[in-house]
Design a binder for this molecule. Structure first.
Ligand SMILES: [Zn+2]
Length: 310
């Protein structure tokens, strides 16, 4: 049954231009907007429509739902810990892994509910979530996040993240916070088979999201990219977050993070890279040197960058 927001002010965009539409009405049915128009026009169109729920919008603004392109919903559990307030990224992660190794389904679902409620209250109706830590023995799964989103009505790109290189392999995370690569790929397949919805109006999609160059092998990066493209799902990862990461990549792979991702088949338009903060002139040039290839999209978390002073 349609819902009619009657006589409101709509702030939206027409093309790239912002517009303010006074004395307009909005009609939606399910999760599709079916009409936006002047009050009289919409009223006439609905005159013979039964079962319309009418909402008085005269004291409200209506805006398109905001989209959050990167989040770690579970990290609400450890937000504001004093012991890491001044830490840079690697120290921040190293300290928090010792807490995160204890997460379980209940904790992740609860944190996701809190985070999603905050997002909804700020006008966000679609979020991405990069959930990448599955400690050994935990019952936390991608479902922990999906159940929270479903309960609160949030549209979500749930990124099945991954970490496979622990301290013993030269990575940053403790060994009990990483998974075997075969187990990761099998669970990625399970998540897509079970939960991914490719419908244009889908409320739930699965993306594949290796965490970072310092917690993933090049083989898993390549295999994840190949698998995601076979299945038609998006990819997602962190890149060039800090100087520490650059040093790590130069020492371990002999190249900086962005060229390294290119070597692993990740510089494609289906990859929204997150962070991409620690840039050099050389790295900023890479799109031009690869002009024949589409350019990866970049999304930066301003809060996270400011928090880490990176
Ligand atoms: Zn992140």
């Amino acid at each position: 049954m349609p819902t009619h927001i009657h006589d409101t002010t709509v702030i939206t965009c027409v093309g790239a231009e912002p517009v303010v539409l006074e004395a307009h009405s909005v009609v939606f049915d399910g999760n599709r907007i079916t009409q936006v128009g002047p009050v009289d026009e919409v009223g006439a169109a609905l005159r013979d429509t039964p079962g319309v729920t009418r909402i008085d919008g005269s004291h409200h603004l209506v805006i398109p739902g905001l989209i959050n392109t990167h989040h770690h919903l579970y990290q609400t559990l450890t937000r504001g810990l004093a012991c890491v307030q001044d830490a840079e990224l690697f120290d921040w992660l190293t300290a928090l892994y010792t807490r995160w190794r204890h997460i379980d389904h209940h904790a992740v679902k609860l944190a996701a509910q809190v985070s999603i409620a905050e997002l909804l209250l700020s006008g966000c109706t679609t979020t991405s979530d990069h959930f990448y830590i599955f400690p050994q023995g935990t019952d936390a799964r991608i479902e922990s996040v999906l159940e929270a989103a479903d309960a609160l009505g949030m549209r979500i790109h749930a990124c099945r993240g991954s970490m496979s290189v622990g301290e013993s392999g030269g990575g940053l995370p403790p060994d009990d916070c990483v998974q075997e690569e075969g187990d990761i790929l099998r669970d990625c397949e399970r998540a897509i088979d079970t939960w991914h919805d490719a419908d244009p109006l889908a409320m739930r999609r699965i993306d594949l999201a290796p965490c970072s160059p310092f917690s993933i092998s090049p083989e898993l990066l390549r295999e994840t990219a190949t698998f995601a493209r076979e299945r038609g799902v998006l990819l997602h990862t962190h890149a060039a977050e800090t100087k520490d990461e650059e040093v790590y990549c130069l020492e371990k792979f002999g190249m900086r993070p962005i060229p390294y991702l290119g070597e692993c088949g990740w510089l494609r338009p289906d990859v929204p890279g997150t962070a991409c903060i620690w840039t050099t002139r050389t790295r900023r040039c890479w799109p031009r040197r690869r002009r024949a290839s589409p350019i990866v999209r970049v999304r930066t978390c301003g809060w996270g960058a400011a928090r880490r002073a990176s």
